[in-house]
Write a protein that binds this ligand. Structure first.
Ligand code: GFP
Length: 757
């Protein structure tokens, strides 16, 4: 009797084949839980704690089966009983614990930490409704709470609780754990998510994501990144952050003591990586706990903490480098505010004349990155270009103080999720062509020997086509859209932000629409697909979504154009949808304004799945181009140095570009009669004005080059063999972008934790 049959007998006293799909899903949850129960935790003297506001982990069922090494066997058993594993995965809700690249990076990292046999947990919050669930109505983004917890899942409530003291009340936390299984490991780590039992979803106003922001006991873990456009919203963010880090700090101290720490040597037992500035308050919190609960004197507590905390910076955008007014911090936790003031005095004494490195500025506002850099032992950027910009510009004055503490660690992705699980067809092809070793070491370079092999190239094409079919099914089921699977699939998926320049691709679509109407029909039809959410308080980003959806409708209803060009916006883009998009894409749009995208990781997911990148020389794109060579990527646009200079010298005038003959009609089409007949005039007019008068992220500066290179790409696609060769070379060179490589670098350069084997 097979393992699933045995479980079916135990649990339901029935054969597998008699069960309904949800029962089979529960059976698989049980099977995985039983396996996890038999696996000890990774252990060792020193342990990694990866603190992050987000963990965009995606569905876990098939990933866990894969990491347990039983995916194929379970799939075969299910097939035999008449079930399709992908349909069973529909029973699982995707955990809504993240937003964008930052959160997905954290998910890839905890997968790699476990797969490399390192003791290390993720620490975060258990958001009941995530960011929000996106849907479209009247071509506009709408919001509803993401009720992901309604379904049975991999979250397990532990019996751990901690007391978190706020100014006016103390809250008791509950800890939930999700097992993090490494690839073919017999031990495991955990994702530790803190929550409050008193959280109450009934305070959410019907049909919205609004609620009373002051009712902390009821709202604390309802949403990720609750609206912070007012003071109560900002304070709620501080409450959340302090709750996360206080719990995490208490947990790590407790665990270190259990492993033998005498507190004075705590830094030998734990290293804390903070993912962006959101967990920075762990620094004053560790100092508080070490002094008040464990009796250390202040300076010793500061020293120990400074040996334990390492900071990753993910952005140079000023808006994303968090600052909090001291009076808000005081209203949440006077003790923490007091410690921050003490840390600030240390810095003011040491560097009296350097305003740029202070913790508290002249407006009595605390700069989180300053705390993290001064009182951590490591600061890292997430690509080489980004690290250079940090050193030479954004954090220059800090770099001069601590040159040895800066690291450049180019991001990576886990191949378990983004190749093995996402693209089983390509994985099987790789196994046949280069053997299975890549599943362990992520080295795909052997594939370079097959770049002229007609048979392999043709199989590569077949895999891509099969993935386009899978994407077509997904879009049909998901939102009733059908796409042409013989078209060029051209994809931009990521958070909606002006610096990522979805608006520039929208302007290209306007160009192409007119070009087709003028009789220039593309040889192969084109499907341009977008996905991503706009933050609820970010109006222009919502206007960009609106423009794209309006264009999509206009084109779909124009028979002169619709056979040649289709524009799709995937509703509620998430890890589940991502899988179909990365594997089906021919073209990967990585078109951020140079200098602004710290790394990008979507670029790597497309690359490993054989898409060709259309890129500016930004973030990790630069390193992708270095690896695959200029013939296998398409590069356009101004370079980072020039853009940094334009910002420094305030030397960009959008209107000068707008007035150019090739650009003006494209921008003005946003407020044409055709589009206004479909769209919302306020949104379209606001976006139009913004592009002409502001265009802060310079969509217009690279537009002409962008149009030219897109035309070249579509033309080059006609030579199918040459195109697939480019794709194959991209896959072959992707090994460097494995998150296993990155985690080894973090461990060698920063953490120094022993592998548990
Ligand atoms: C941010 C940065 C990206 C970077 C990721 C992970 O992602 O360039 O790749 O963090 O380091 F912007 P988003 O949250 O913006 O997607």
């Amino acid at each position: 009797m097979t393992q699933l049959d045995t479980l079916a007998q135990d649990k339901f006293n029935r054969d597998l084949a008699d069960l309904e799909q949800p029962e089979v899903y529960k059976l698989l949850l049980d099977l995985i839980a039983k396996k996890v129960d038999q696996m000890p935790l990774f252990s060792g003297k020193k342990k990694i704690y990866y603190f992050s506001a987000e963990f965009l982990i995606g569905k876990l069922l098939s990933n866990n089966l894969l990491n347990l090494g039983i995916y194929d066997q379970v799939k075969a058993e299910l097939d035999q009983a008449g079930f399709n594993i992908e349909e069973i995965e529909d029973e699982e809700n995707e955990p809504s614990l993240g937003n964008g690249g930052l959160g997905r990076l954290a998910a890839c990292f905890i997968d790699s930490i476990a797969s490399l046999g390192l003791p290390g947990d993720g620490v975060g919050l258990n958001y009941h409704f995530g960011l929000f669930q996106q849907y479209f109505e009247d071509n506009q983004q709408q919001y509803r709470p993401d009720t992901w917890l309604d379904q049975e899942n991999f979250l397990k409530k532990s019996d751990k609780h901690f007391q978190v003291p706020f100014k006016d009340f103390t809250l008791t936390s509950s800890l939930y754990d999700i097992a993090v299984l490494g690839y073919q490991q017999d031990k495991h780590n955990r994702l530790r998510l803190f929550d409050l039992d008193t959280v109450d979803s009934s305070i959410i106003e019907d049909g919205s994501i609004s609620f009373d922001k002051t009712d902390i006991e009821k709202n604390l873990t309802l949403f990720l990144y609750p609206d912070d456009s007012d003071a109560d919203g900002e304070k709620l963010r501080i409450y959340q952050q302090y709750f996360m880090v206080s719990n995490g700090a208490q947990l790590l101290i407790q665990e270190a003591i259990e492993r033998g720490s005498n507190i004075h040597d705590l830094a030998d037992y734990a290293v804390v990586q903070i993912n962006d500035t959101h967990p920075t308050l762990i620094i004053p919190e560790l100092i508080r706990l070490l002094t008040t609960d464990h009796g250390l004197d202040f300076m010793e507590a500061v020293k120990i903490t400074s040996q334990m905390v390492a900071f990753t910076n993910h952005t140079i955008l000023a808006e994303a480098l968090e600052t909090w007014p001291m009076n808000y911090l005081e209203s949440v936790s006077p003790e923490i505010a007091d410690i921050i003031r003490k840390l600030d005095s240390i810095i003011k004494e040491s560097y009296p004349n350097q305003a740029s490195v202070q913790i508290i500025d002249e407006n009595d506002t605390a700069h989180m990155a300053s705390i993290a850099i001064h009182f951590g032992f490591s600061t890292n950027g997430v690509s080489q270009l980004h690290t250079d910009i940090l050193k030479q510009s954004t954090l220059k004055d800090f770099y001069e103080l601590y040159p040895d503490e800066f690291h450049g660690l180019t991001n990576g992705i886990t191949f378990r999720r983004w190749l093995m699980d996402a693209n089983p067809e390509l994985s099987a092809l790789l196994d046949r062509v280069i053997g299975e070793e890549w599943r362990q070491d992520s080295d795909l370079s052997e594939l370079m020997n097959y770049q002229e092999d007609d048979q392999v190239l043709s199989e590569f094409s077949q895999v891509k086509h099969a993935n386009k079919e899978a994407l077509a099914h997904f879009l049909q089921d998901h939102q009733g859209v059908s796409i042409n699977t013989d078209s060029i699939v051209d994809v931009q998926v990521k958070r909606i932000h002006e610096y990522k320049r979805q608006q520039m691709l929208a302007l290209y679509i306007i160009h192409k629409y007119h070009d087709i109407k003028a009789g220039n029909k593309p040889e192969t039809p084109i499907t341009i697909i977008f996905g991503g959410k706009a933050a609820p308080a970010y109006t222009i980003a919502q206007d960009i979504i609106h423009l794209i959806l309006s264009l999509s409708e206009l084109i779909a209803n124009d028979p002169e154009v619709s056979d040649y060009l289709q524009v799709v916006f995937v509703e509620n883009y998430n890890v589940t949808a991502a899988r179909y998009l990365f594997t089906a894409a021919d073209i990967s749009e990585q078109i951020s304004l140079a200098s602004k995208e710290a790394s990008g990781t979507g670029n790597m997911k497309f690359m490993v799945n054989g898409a060709v990148t259309l890129m500016t020389l930004d973030g990790a794109n630069v390193e992708i181009a270095d690896r695959v060579g200029q013939d296998n990527v398409y590069i356009f646009g101004k370079e980072a140095q020039e853009i940094v200079r334009l910002y420094d010298e305030e030397d960009y005038v959008a209107r000068d570009y707008y007035e150019q003959a090739a650009i003006k009609p494209l921008v003005d089409f946003i407020v044409s009669d055709e589009l206004l007949a479909i769209g919302n005039s306020e949104r379209l007019n606001r976006l139009h004005q913004d592009m002409i008068n502001k265009d802060y992220f310079m969509a217009l500066i690279d537009l002409e080059e962008f149009i030219a290179i897109k035309e070249k790409m579509y033309a080059d696609y006609q030579d199918e063999k040459a195109w697939r060769k480019k794709g194959l070379i991209n896959t072959a060179q992707a090994g460097f972008f494995s998150s296993d490589r990155v985690i080894n670098e973090y461990n060698d350069q920063i953490w120094h934790v022993q592998v548990d084997d």
